[in-house]
Design a protein around this ligand. Structure first.
Ligand SMILES: [Zn+2]
Length: 620
C-alpha cells in the first residue's frame, strides 16, 4: 500500500515534534510517497518507523523549476553508486565554514594550542610531514579490524606504503576531492615505535579531531579493507528509482542515522570521542554520505532548502529541526553539567567495545577534558569525577548554585558510580574507578541524582581523606594531587592505581532474598538494618540492597562468601548514606559493590549501633 504525505509529514527524520507548515517555512509543498507493509495502517507510529528504514520516495529536483522563481522545496537527488557528488559535499563544508562561525569555528586560536609531534599525510606527495600552524587537515575515523594487515611506512620512513588498506586509500582521494591537501590517520601519523610520542599523542587525540577541518567517517563494512563506498573500488548500494511519465522518482534512502547506529564504527570505543569532538563529520555509509556539523545536518539523497532551515543569522538550523546524532553534547559544551552529563557520557561510552581494555581511560580522555572547560569545571581522577562545589538548582535544568564542599568530598561522591549489572574486573585499572570494570555505567536519572547531591558534613563519619600512591610507593597528598590534575604540571602516568583512604568503616553481613510479589526490590543480597526507621515507608523495610560491581559468576564461590562472611564498607560521607563495600586481601582492598542506606541512619542511636571504626585502607 502506498500513501502520499506532505512535507509537514517529513516526520521525525527531519523535524522534531513541532513541525512547521511549508508556508511558515517559506518552501513549496513537496509530495513524498512511502512504501509500507500492508499490515501497518496509515498514521500508525510503526508506519513512520518503517518509513525511516525504507526511505521516502520523492520526485527528482528539476533544474528548470528552480530557475522559474519558485520557492525552494525538498527534492530528491540522483545518486551514482560508483561516484560521489563531491560538489554537494563541498557546498555543505562551505556553508558551515562561512556561516557557522559561532558553533563550528575553533573555540581557541589554533596557533596557541599545538599538539606535540603532530604529523599529517601530504596527499599530494604521500609523504608524512610535520604539521605546521597553517595546514588545514582532515581526520579519518574508522575501524581497523583484526583481519587487516598492512605494511608500515616504507623504508623511507616518512612515505606512505603503496599497498594501503582501501579505507586509507579512499580517504586520501576524498581529501583531495574536497580541496584539502593534508590528512591525519592514527596508524600512519603516530610513530608506533616511539612509546613516548605515542603516549603524548593519545592524550591529545580529542584535540587532533577537534582541530581537523572535518572528519571522514568510514561507517560501512567491518574493517579497514572495506573502503569508503562511492570512492574507490567500493560501490554503493543502488538507489531505487522509477520513471513515471515525465517524472523521475527516487528513493531518499533509509535514514542514515539508523544505518550509522547499526554500523561497526558506532560500537567501537575510540570512535565515540572522535565523533563527539569533531566539528564536522562526513559519514560514508553504504547508501550515501551524511554530513553533520554542530549547526546542521544533510544527506546526499535530499536537496534541502538549507537557507530556509537556518535561523536568520545563518549560524544554525532552526529549533524545530531534528538535532543531529552527535549535536546535543557537541554544541552545548559550555553548558555540560557534571551531575547530569558525566553519568550519561560514561554510560554511552561503556556500552561500546574496546579491542584493548588498557584503552578504557585513554579512549575517552578528550571528552573528560571537555568537562574541565564548562561553567562548573569538573576534573577527574582515573575517570572518576571530582564533583565541583555546585548543585543543581531546581529552577531550571542547567541552573545551579554553589555549595560548601571540599574537592575530597566531591571525589567521594564521584566514587558513587554504579554499573547497570555486575561485571568482570579489568586488572589494569583500579576497582574504585569504572575504568576497572568491563561493564556499562548507569547513566539513568537515578544515577544523575546520586551525583547531584550534597555531602553529609554534619554526620559523625563525614571525615574522609584521600592520598594517591606512585608506582614506586611514594604517597601524594590530596591537595597536591588536585594541583597536578588541575594544572597538568606533572605526568600522572607515574601514579599507581592505589588510593589511600582514611575514613570510617562499618561491618555488615548480607542475606539473600528471592523476589516476592510484594517486594519493593528484586532479588539480591541485602543488609538488614537492626532499627526500623520511623519515617520510612513500610514497603522499603529496613533492608538495604547491595549494588554489586563484581559478578558472582562463574564459580559462585563469591556468592557463598557473600552470605557467610562479614564484610566491611567505607562510609562515603554522602547525604544519602552511601557505603562502598570492599574485599581486602594482602593489604589491598577492592570495591565489590555499593550500599545505599537512604538516610535511614540519622539519629545518635543509629550511629551508636553502626559501630564505626576509623581506618586507613589501601584501595586498589
Ligand atoms: Zn557548521
Amino acid at each position: 500500500m502506498a500513501f502520499g504525505s506532505r512535507v509537514l509529514e517529513f516526520y521525525d527524520e527531519e523535524f522534531g515534534r513541532d513541525q512547521p507548515s511549508p508556508a511558515k517555512l517559506g518552501v513549496e509543498e513537496s509530495v513524498l510517497l512511502g512504501l509500507i507493509p500492508t499490515r501497518i495502517k496509515e498514521g500508525d507510529f510503526d508506519a513512520l518507523r518503517a518509513l525511516r528504514s525504507t526511505g521516502n520516495i520523492c520526485s527528482l529536483a528539476q533544474r528548470s523549476e528552480q530557475s522559474a522563481g519558485r520557492k525552494p522545496s525538498f527534492q530528491g537527488s540522483l545518486l551514482h553508486s560508483e561516484k560521489i557528488d563531491f560538489v554537494m559535499l563541498r557546498s555543505w563544508l562551505r556553508i558551515c565554514q562561512e556561516h557557522h562561525t559561532r558553533f563550528c569555528g575553533l573555540r581557541f586560536d589554533s596557533a596557541a594550542l599545538t599538539v606535540p609531534f603532530l604529523q599529517v599525510i601530504d596527499c599530494d606527495t604521500r609523504r608524512i610531514v610535520p604539521a605546521t600552524n597553517d595546514c588545514p587537515y582532515l581526520a579519518l575515523s574508522y575501524v581497523w579490524g583484526s583481519s587487516v594487515t598492512a605494511h608500515r611506512k616504507n623504508e623511507v620512513k616518512f612515505l606512505l606504503p603503496d599497498d594501503l588498506p582501501n579505507v586509507i586509500q579512499d580517504a586520501v582521494a576524498v581529501t583531495r576531492e574536497l580541496g584539502f591537501r593534508y590528512l591525519w590517520v592514527d596508524y600512519y601519523c603516530i610513530d608506533q615505535d616511539n612509546e613516548r610520542e605515542k603516549a603524548t599523542q593519545i592524550k591529545f587525540m580529542g584535540l587532533i579531531y577537534e582541530m581537523a577541518q572535518a572528519t571522514i567517517v568510514a561507517a560501512a563494512g567491518e574493517d579497514a579493507s572495506f573502503g569508503l563506498p562511492g570512492v574507490g573500488n567500493t560501490p554503493r548500494l543502488l538507489q531505487p528509482r522509477a520513471i513515471i511519465g515525465k517524472q523521475i522518482l527516487v528513493s531518499l534512502l533509509p535514514d542514515p542515522r539508523l544505518i550509522i547506529k547499526q554500523s561497526r564504527w558506532m560500537i567501537r570505543g575510540w570512535t565515540y570521542q572522535e565523533a563527539l569532538l569533531s566539528r564536522r563529520l562526513l559519514i560514508f555509509t553504504q547508501h550515501q554520505v551524511y554530513f553533520e556539523c554542530r549547526s546542521m545536518h544533510c544527506k546526499e539523497s535530499v536537496q534541502k532548502p538549507l537557507r530556509e532551515l537556518h535561523n536568520k543569522d545563518m549560524q544554525r538550523f532552526k529549533k524545530f529541526c531534528h538535532p543531529g546524532m552527535f549535536l546535543p553534547i557537541n554544541q552545548e559544551r559550555r553548558k555540560l553539567v557534571p551531575w547530569q552529563d558525566f553519568p550519561k557520557v560514561l554510560s554511552d561510552y561503556t556500552k561500546r567495545t574496546l579491542s584493548y581494555s588498557s584503552d578504557s581511560l585513554n579512549a575517552i580522555l578528550g571528552i573528560l577534558q571537555m568537562f574541565e572547560q564548562t561553567a562548573t569545571p569538573t576534573y577527574h581522577h582515573f575517570g572518576v569525577p571530582i564533583l565541583p562545589p555546585f548543585i543543581r538548582n531546581w529552577t531550571g535544568p542547567t541552573k545551579y548554585r554553589a555549595i560548601k564542599r571540599s574537592s575530597a568530598h566531591g571525589f567521594a561522591i564521584g566514587l558513587r558510580w554504579d554499573l547497570v549489572k555486575p561485571s568482570k574486573r579489568r586488572s589494569e585499572f583500579p576497582s574504585w574507578s569504572w575504568t576497572g570494570w568491563n561493564g556499562v555505567v548507569d547513566g539513568s536519572s537515578n544515577a544523575q541524582s546520586r551525583y547531584n547531591t550534597e555531602s553529609n558534613l554534619n554526620s559523625p563519619y563525614s571525615d574522609i581523606r584521600f592520598r594517591a600512591e606512585t608506582k614506586n610507593g611514594q604517597t601524594i597528598d590530596w591537595d597536591d594531587l588536585m594541583q597536578i590534575i588541575q594544572t597538568k604540571s606533572q605526568d600522572l602516568s607515574s601514579l599507581s592505581p592505589i588510593l589511600i583512604v582514611d575514613a570510617y568503616t562499618i561491618k555488615l553481613r548480607f542475606d539473600y532474598n528471592i523476589k516476592s510479589a510484594d517486594a519493593y526490590y528484586g532479588s539480591g543480597y541485602y543488609w538488614k538494618w537492626p532499627r526500623k526507621p520511623t519515617e520510612f515507608p513500610e514497603k522499603w523495610g529496613p533492608y538495604f540492597y547491595l549494588h554489586l560491581s563484581l559478578t558472582i559468576e562463574p564459580t559462585y564461590d563469591f556468592a557463598k562468601r557473600l552470605v557467610e562472611d562479614e564484610w566491611e564498607a567505607i562510609a562515603l560521607s554522602v547525604s544519602r548514606d552511601e557505603f562502598m563495600v570492599i574485599d581486602e586481601k594482602n593489604g589491598v582492598a577492592e570495591r565489590i559493590g555499593i550500599l545505599s542506606a537512604l538516610n535511614a541512619i540519622s539519629t545518635p542511636e543509629d550511629h551508636a549501633l553502626l559501630k564505626l571504626s576509623r581506618r586507613t585502607i589501601r584501595l586498589g
